[in-house]
Design a protein around this ligand. Structure first.
Ligand code: UT7
Length: 338
Protein backbone atom coordinates (compact mmCIF):
# COMPACT_ATOMS: atom_id res chain seq x y z
CA UNK A 1 0.00 0.00 0.00
CA UNK A 2 1.22 3.49 -0.85
CA UNK A 3 2.32 5.52 2.17
CA UNK A 4 -0.23 8.00 3.42
CA UNK A 5 0.88 11.44 4.60
CA UNK A 6 -0.97 14.34 6.22
CA UNK A 7 -0.97 17.68 4.37
CA UNK A 8 -2.18 21.21 5.03
CA UNK A 9 -4.79 21.56 2.28
CA UNK A 10 -6.04 25.02 3.23
CA UNK A 11 -5.66 27.88 5.67
CA UNK A 12 -8.08 30.63 6.70
CA UNK A 13 -8.58 33.17 9.47
CA UNK A 14 -11.06 35.58 10.94
CA UNK A 15 -10.22 38.88 12.59
CA UNK A 16 -12.98 40.56 14.63
CA UNK A 17 -13.78 44.13 13.66
CA UNK A 18 -13.01 46.21 16.78
CA UNK A 19 -9.47 47.55 16.45
CA UNK A 20 -7.94 48.69 19.74
CA UNK A 21 -4.76 50.77 19.54
CA UNK A 22 -2.11 51.15 22.24
CA UNK A 23 -3.25 54.73 22.70
CA UNK A 24 -6.68 53.42 23.79
CA UNK A 25 -4.98 51.78 26.81
CA UNK A 26 -3.27 55.04 27.76
CA UNK A 27 -6.77 56.31 28.67
CA UNK A 28 -7.51 53.51 31.17
CA UNK A 29 -4.18 52.37 32.70
CA UNK A 30 -0.71 53.71 33.43
CA UNK A 31 0.97 52.69 30.15
CA UNK A 32 2.17 54.20 26.89
CA UNK A 33 2.31 53.37 23.21
CA UNK A 34 6.09 53.71 23.54
CA UNK A 35 6.38 51.07 26.31
CA UNK A 36 4.10 48.57 24.58
CA UNK A 37 5.79 49.01 21.19
CA UNK A 38 9.32 48.78 22.59
CA UNK A 39 8.71 45.81 24.90
CA UNK A 40 6.33 43.77 22.72
CA UNK A 41 6.15 45.11 19.15
CA UNK A 42 2.36 45.35 19.48
CA UNK A 43 0.60 48.41 18.01
CA UNK A 44 -3.00 47.19 17.69
CA UNK A 45 -5.18 44.17 18.51
CA UNK A 46 -8.80 43.30 17.63
CA UNK A 47 -11.55 42.49 20.12
CA UNK A 48 -14.75 40.58 19.39
CA UNK A 49 -18.11 42.15 20.19
CA UNK A 50 -19.57 41.18 23.58
CA UNK A 51 -22.21 39.06 21.88
CA UNK A 52 -19.73 37.34 19.51
CA UNK A 53 -18.67 33.99 21.01
CA UNK A 54 -15.27 32.40 20.59
CA UNK A 55 -16.92 29.48 18.76
CA UNK A 56 -18.45 31.95 16.28
CA UNK A 57 -15.03 33.39 15.43
CA UNK A 58 -13.94 29.79 14.82
CA UNK A 59 -16.94 29.08 12.58
CA UNK A 60 -16.05 32.01 10.32
CA UNK A 61 -12.45 30.81 9.85
CA UNK A 62 -13.54 27.16 9.52
CA UNK A 63 -16.13 27.88 6.82
CA UNK A 64 -13.50 29.56 4.71
CA UNK A 65 -10.91 26.83 5.33
CA UNK A 66 -13.35 24.14 4.14
CA UNK A 67 -14.29 26.03 0.96
CA UNK A 68 -10.64 26.86 0.22
CA UNK A 69 -9.87 23.14 0.47
CA UNK A 70 -12.51 22.64 -2.25
CA UNK A 71 -14.68 20.67 0.18
CA UNK A 72 -18.10 20.71 1.80
CA UNK A 73 -18.65 20.41 5.56
CA UNK A 74 -19.86 16.87 4.95
CA UNK A 75 -16.39 15.86 3.73
CA UNK A 76 -14.88 16.53 7.18
CA UNK A 77 -14.29 13.38 9.28
CA UNK A 78 -13.20 15.04 12.54
CA UNK A 79 -13.21 18.52 14.10
CA UNK A 80 -10.65 19.50 16.76
CA UNK A 81 -10.47 22.92 18.36
CA UNK A 82 -7.73 24.48 20.49
CA UNK A 83 -8.76 27.34 22.77
CA UNK A 84 -8.12 28.81 26.20
CA UNK A 85 -11.29 30.90 25.94
CA UNK A 86 -14.10 28.46 25.07
CA UNK A 87 -17.78 29.43 25.19
CA UNK A 88 -18.45 26.99 28.05
CA UNK A 89 -16.49 25.53 30.95
CA UNK A 90 -15.97 21.89 30.02
CA UNK A 91 -19.00 21.27 27.84
CA UNK A 92 -20.20 21.56 25.19
CA UNK A 93 -16.82 21.86 23.52
CA UNK A 94 -16.17 24.62 21.03
CA UNK A 95 -15.53 21.85 18.48
CA UNK A 96 -19.11 20.57 18.95
CA UNK A 97 -20.51 24.09 18.66
CA UNK A 98 -18.44 24.77 15.53
CA UNK A 99 -19.46 21.43 13.96
CA UNK A 100 -23.10 22.14 14.61
CA UNK A 101 -22.92 25.64 13.10
CA UNK A 102 -21.21 24.18 10.01
CA UNK A 103 -23.86 21.48 9.65
CA UNK A 104 -21.44 18.64 10.43
CA UNK A 105 -23.30 15.84 12.21
CA UNK A 106 -22.36 12.44 13.62
CA UNK A 107 -18.64 13.09 13.33
CA UNK A 108 -16.25 13.24 16.29
CA UNK A 109 -15.46 16.68 17.71
CA UNK A 110 -13.43 17.70 20.74
CA UNK A 111 -11.35 20.52 22.23
CA UNK A 112 -7.79 20.46 23.46
CA UNK A 113 -6.10 22.66 26.06
CA UNK A 114 -2.53 23.54 25.14
CA UNK A 115 -2.79 27.36 25.36
CA UNK A 116 -0.64 29.21 22.81
CA UNK A 117 0.86 25.92 21.57
CA UNK A 118 -2.64 24.70 20.66
CA UNK A 119 -2.24 24.88 16.88
CA UNK A 120 0.98 22.82 16.92
CA UNK A 121 -0.71 20.23 19.15
CA UNK A 122 -3.62 20.14 16.65
CA UNK A 123 -1.20 19.49 13.80
CA UNK A 124 0.36 16.65 15.75
CA UNK A 125 -3.03 15.03 16.40
CA UNK A 126 -4.24 15.50 12.82
CA UNK A 127 -1.02 14.02 11.42
CA UNK A 128 -1.32 10.96 13.68
CA UNK A 129 -4.99 10.38 12.87
CA UNK A 130 -4.31 10.56 9.14
CA UNK A 131 -1.12 8.51 9.07
CA UNK A 132 -2.74 5.82 11.22
CA UNK A 133 -5.47 5.61 8.56
CA UNK A 134 -8.19 6.69 11.01
CA UNK A 135 -9.46 9.77 9.11
CA UNK A 136 -8.83 11.49 5.75
CA UNK A 137 -10.02 15.09 6.23
CA UNK A 138 -9.65 16.86 9.56
CA UNK A 139 -10.73 20.40 10.38
CA UNK A 140 -8.47 22.03 12.97
CA UNK A 141 -9.44 25.35 14.52
CA UNK A 142 -7.65 27.71 16.91
CA UNK A 143 -10.07 30.31 18.22
CA UNK A 144 -9.80 32.82 21.05
CA UNK A 145 -11.88 35.49 22.74
CA UNK A 146 -9.19 36.37 25.25
CA UNK A 147 -10.65 39.85 25.77
CA UNK A 148 -13.33 38.13 27.89
CA UNK A 149 -10.76 37.03 30.50
CA UNK A 150 -8.51 40.09 30.55
CA UNK A 151 -8.12 42.21 33.68
CA UNK A 152 -8.25 45.73 32.25
CA UNK A 153 -6.65 47.11 35.40
CA UNK A 154 -3.53 44.89 35.02
CA UNK A 155 -1.18 46.64 32.62
CA UNK A 156 1.20 43.69 32.53
CA UNK A 157 -1.33 41.46 30.73
CA UNK A 158 -4.24 43.44 29.25
CA UNK A 159 -2.18 45.15 26.54
CA UNK A 160 -0.75 41.88 25.23
CA UNK A 161 -3.67 39.85 23.91
CA UNK A 162 -6.18 39.96 21.07
CA UNK A 163 -9.12 37.93 19.74
CA UNK A 164 -9.26 36.00 16.49
CA UNK A 165 -9.48 32.60 14.85
CA UNK A 166 -7.59 30.49 12.36
CA UNK A 167 -8.46 27.17 10.76
CA UNK A 168 -6.97 24.61 8.41
CA UNK A 169 -8.07 21.44 6.67
CA UNK A 170 -5.54 18.64 7.08
CA UNK A 171 -6.00 15.94 4.44
CA UNK A 172 -4.43 12.69 3.35
CA UNK A 173 -2.01 12.66 0.41
CA UNK A 174 0.35 10.14 -1.15
CA UNK A 175 2.70 12.85 -2.38
CA UNK A 176 5.60 13.31 0.03
CA UNK A 177 6.25 16.81 -1.33
CA UNK A 178 2.88 17.88 0.06
CA UNK A 179 3.33 16.45 3.53
CA UNK A 180 3.57 17.70 7.07
CA UNK A 181 7.15 16.55 7.54
CA UNK A 182 7.29 16.51 11.32
CA UNK A 183 5.63 17.86 14.46
CA UNK A 184 7.29 18.00 17.85
CA UNK A 185 5.22 18.77 20.96
CA UNK A 186 6.24 18.91 24.59
CA UNK A 187 5.27 20.28 28.01
CA UNK A 188 6.52 20.81 31.54
CA UNK A 189 3.79 21.21 34.15
CA UNK A 190 6.39 22.18 36.74
CA UNK A 191 5.87 25.74 35.53
CA UNK A 192 2.05 25.57 35.65
CA UNK A 193 1.74 28.89 37.51
CA UNK A 194 3.59 30.95 34.89
CA UNK A 195 0.42 31.50 32.85
CA UNK A 196 -3.06 30.85 34.18
CA UNK A 197 -6.69 31.43 33.22
CA UNK A 198 -9.61 31.67 35.73
CA UNK A 199 -10.09 28.77 38.12
CA UNK A 200 -13.05 26.45 37.63
CA UNK A 201 -15.20 24.55 40.08
CA UNK A 202 -12.92 21.56 39.62
CA UNK A 203 -9.99 23.31 41.31
CA UNK A 204 -8.92 22.51 44.87
CA UNK A 205 -10.49 25.69 46.20
CA UNK A 206 -13.63 23.61 46.82
CA UNK A 207 -15.91 26.58 46.70
CA UNK A 208 -19.61 25.97 46.29
CA UNK A 209 -21.28 27.14 43.14
CA UNK A 210 -22.99 29.92 45.09
CA UNK A 211 -19.70 31.00 46.58
CA UNK A 212 -18.03 30.82 43.19
CA UNK A 213 -20.41 33.22 41.53
CA UNK A 214 -20.80 35.65 44.40
CA UNK A 215 -17.75 35.66 46.68
CA UNK A 216 -14.70 34.75 44.71
CA UNK A 217 -11.92 37.27 44.57
CA UNK A 218 -12.43 39.08 41.30
CA UNK A 219 -8.75 38.77 40.44
CA UNK A 220 -9.25 34.99 40.13
CA UNK A 221 -11.42 35.58 37.08
CA UNK A 222 -8.70 36.79 34.77
CA UNK A 223 -5.65 35.62 32.91
CA UNK A 224 -2.42 35.92 34.91
CA UNK A 225 1.17 35.72 33.74
CA UNK A 226 4.66 35.78 35.19
CA UNK A 227 5.79 37.55 32.04
CA UNK A 228 9.49 38.05 32.50
CA UNK A 229 10.16 34.46 33.64
CA UNK A 230 8.00 33.12 30.81
CA UNK A 231 9.92 35.26 28.34
CA UNK A 232 13.30 33.82 29.35
CA UNK A 233 12.19 30.18 29.26
CA UNK A 234 10.36 30.76 25.96
CA UNK A 235 13.43 31.99 24.08
CA UNK A 236 15.69 29.19 25.32
CA UNK A 237 13.14 26.42 24.84
CA UNK A 238 12.00 27.53 21.39
CA UNK A 239 15.52 27.99 20.04
CA UNK A 240 16.47 24.46 21.16
CA UNK A 241 13.22 22.97 19.91
CA UNK A 242 13.50 24.51 16.46
CA UNK A 243 17.17 23.55 16.09
CA UNK A 244 16.27 19.98 17.05
CA UNK A 245 13.44 19.59 14.51
CA UNK A 246 15.67 20.93 11.71
CA UNK A 247 18.52 18.56 12.59
CA UNK A 248 16.20 15.58 13.03
CA UNK A 249 14.84 16.09 9.52
CA UNK A 250 18.18 17.02 7.98
CA UNK A 251 16.82 20.39 6.80
CA UNK A 252 19.02 23.44 6.48
CA UNK A 253 17.56 26.72 7.78
CA UNK A 254 18.25 28.29 4.34
CA UNK A 255 15.82 25.81 2.75
CA UNK A 256 12.93 27.12 4.88
CA UNK A 257 10.64 29.47 2.93
CA UNK A 258 8.98 31.06 5.98
CA UNK A 259 9.50 30.89 9.74
CA UNK A 260 6.05 31.42 11.29
CA UNK A 261 6.36 31.56 15.08
CA UNK A 262 3.65 32.04 17.68
CA UNK A 263 3.10 35.78 17.99
CA UNK A 264 3.54 36.69 21.67
CA UNK A 265 6.31 39.23 21.61
CA UNK A 266 8.48 40.62 18.79
CA UNK A 267 11.54 40.37 21.04
CA UNK A 268 10.99 36.60 21.48
CA UNK A 269 10.47 36.17 17.72
CA UNK A 270 13.64 38.12 16.87
CA UNK A 271 15.73 36.41 19.55
CA UNK A 272 14.78 32.93 18.33
CA UNK A 273 15.19 34.01 14.69
CA UNK A 274 18.73 35.26 15.44
CA UNK A 275 19.73 32.10 17.31
CA UNK A 276 18.57 29.79 14.51
CA UNK A 277 20.15 32.08 11.91
CA UNK A 278 17.16 32.63 9.63
CA UNK A 279 17.11 35.54 7.20
CA UNK A 280 14.88 38.29 8.66
CA UNK A 281 12.87 38.53 5.40
CA UNK A 282 11.62 34.97 6.00
CA UNK A 283 10.27 35.66 9.51
CA UNK A 284 6.51 36.26 9.51
CA UNK A 285 5.41 38.92 12.01
CA UNK A 286 1.80 39.80 12.78
CA UNK A 287 2.03 40.52 16.52
CA UNK A 288 2.19 44.24 15.65
CA UNK A 289 -1.34 44.04 14.20
CA UNK A 290 -3.12 41.35 16.22
CA UNK A 291 -1.27 41.08 19.56
CA UNK A 292 -1.10 37.61 21.09
CA UNK A 293 -4.09 35.57 19.88
CA UNK A 294 -2.85 32.35 21.52
CA UNK A 295 -4.03 29.21 19.68
CA UNK A 296 -5.15 31.35 16.72
CA UNK A 297 -1.88 33.19 16.20
CA UNK A 298 -0.06 30.74 13.89
CA UNK A 299 -2.96 30.03 11.48
CA UNK A 300 -3.76 33.77 11.42
CA UNK A 301 -0.13 34.50 10.50
CA UNK A 302 -0.07 31.80 7.80
CA UNK A 303 -3.29 33.20 6.34
CA UNK A 304 -1.85 36.72 6.40
CA UNK A 305 0.97 35.81 4.02
CA UNK A 306 -1.54 33.83 1.96
CA UNK A 307 -3.78 36.91 1.62
CA UNK A 308 -0.73 39.01 0.71
CA UNK A 309 -0.02 36.56 -2.14
CA UNK A 310 3.34 35.56 -0.59
CA UNK A 311 2.48 31.92 0.21
CA UNK A 312 2.70 29.30 -2.54
CA UNK A 313 1.93 25.61 -2.74
CA UNK A 314 5.13 23.71 -1.92
CA UNK A 315 6.60 26.41 0.35
CA UNK A 316 8.47 24.91 3.30
CA UNK A 317 7.10 26.33 6.57
CA UNK A 318 8.79 26.18 9.96
CA UNK A 319 6.35 26.80 12.85
CA UNK A 320 6.96 27.13 16.58
CA UNK A 321 4.87 27.97 19.64
CA UNK A 322 5.17 28.34 23.39
CA UNK A 323 2.45 28.84 25.99
CA UNK A 324 0.76 28.13 29.29
CA UNK A 325 1.15 24.75 30.86
CA UNK A 326 3.97 25.25 30.04
CA UNK A 327 3.60 23.77 26.55
CA UNK A 328 5.63 24.16 23.38
CA UNK A 329 6.15 22.67 19.97
CA UNK A 330 7.37 23.08 16.41
CA UNK A 331 6.55 21.77 12.97
CA UNK A 332 8.00 21.54 9.48
CA UNK A 333 5.58 21.22 6.57
CA UNK A 334 5.14 21.77 2.86
CA UNK A 335 2.10 24.02 2.37
CA UNK A 336 -0.38 22.19 0.14
CA UNK A 337 -3.07 24.83 -0.37
CA UNK A 338 -3.79 26.72 -3.58
O1 UT7 B 1 1.97 33.46 24.54
C1 UT7 B 1 2.38 32.72 25.65
C2 UT7 B 1 3.74 33.02 26.02
N1 UT7 B 1 3.83 34.39 26.45
C3 UT7 B 1 4.96 34.98 26.40
O2 UT7 B 1 5.91 34.37 25.97
C4 UT7 B 1 5.07 36.37 26.95
C5 UT7 B 1 6.39 36.51 27.61
N2 UT7 B 1 6.63 37.76 28.29
C6 UT7 B 1 6.70 38.97 27.69
O3 UT7 B 1 6.39 39.11 26.53
C7 UT7 B 1 7.27 40.11 28.48
O4 UT7 B 1 7.82 39.61 29.68
C8 UT7 B 1 6.23 41.22 28.83
C9 UT7 B 1 5.87 42.00 27.59
C10 UT7 B 1 5.00 40.58 29.44
C11 UT7 B 1 6.83 42.19 29.85
O5 UT7 B 1 8.06 42.72 29.38
P1 UT7 B 1 9.37 42.72 30.31
O6 UT7 B 1 10.42 43.39 29.55
O7 UT7 B 1 9.61 41.31 30.73
O8 UT7 B 1 8.92 43.63 31.50
P2 UT7 B 1 8.80 43.29 33.06
O9 UT7 B 1 7.66 42.36 33.32
O10 UT7 B 1 10.14 42.90 33.60
O11 UT7 B 1 8.41 44.71 33.64
C12 UT7 B 1 9.31 45.83 33.53
C13 UT7 B 1 8.58 47.06 34.03
C14 UT7 B 1 7.89 46.88 35.38
O12 UT7 B 1 8.04 48.08 36.11
P3 UT7 B 1 9.15 48.21 37.26
O13 UT7 B 1 8.83 47.11 38.25
O14 UT7 B 1 10.46 47.98 36.58
O15 UT7 B 1 8.94 49.58 37.78
C15 UT7 B 1 6.43 46.72 35.02
O16 UT7 B 1 5.56 47.14 36.04
O17 UT7 B 1 7.55 47.43 33.11
C16 UT7 B 1 6.34 47.64 33.83
N3 UT7 B 1 5.20 47.36 32.95
C17 UT7 B 1 4.62 48.28 32.18
N4 UT7 B 1 4.87 49.60 32.01
C18 UT7 B 1 4.09 50.27 31.16
C19 UT7 B 1 4.59 46.16 32.76
N5 UT7 B 1 3.58 46.31 31.87
C20 UT7 B 1 3.59 47.61 31.50
C21 UT7 B 1 2.80 48.36 30.61
N6 UT7 B 1 3.07 49.68 30.47
N7 UT7 B 1 1.78 47.82 29.91
Amino acid sequence: MEKKYASMKSIASYVPKNCVANEDFEKIIDTSDEWITKRTGIKTRYFADNNEASSELGVKAANLAISRAGMKPDDIDLVICATLSPDYLGMPSNACLISSRLGIENKPAFDITAACSGFIYLLSLAKSFIESNTYNNILIVGTEKISSILDFSDRSTCVLFGDGAGAAVISATNNENERIIDVNISANGKYNDFLMTPRCLGSNLNFSNEFYVSQIDATQNYIKMRGNETFKIAVKTLANDVKEILIRNNINIDDVTYFIPHQANLRIINAVGDIIGIDASKVVVTVNKYGNTSAASIPMAIDDICKEGRLKKGDLLLLDAFGGGLTWGSSLLYFNGE
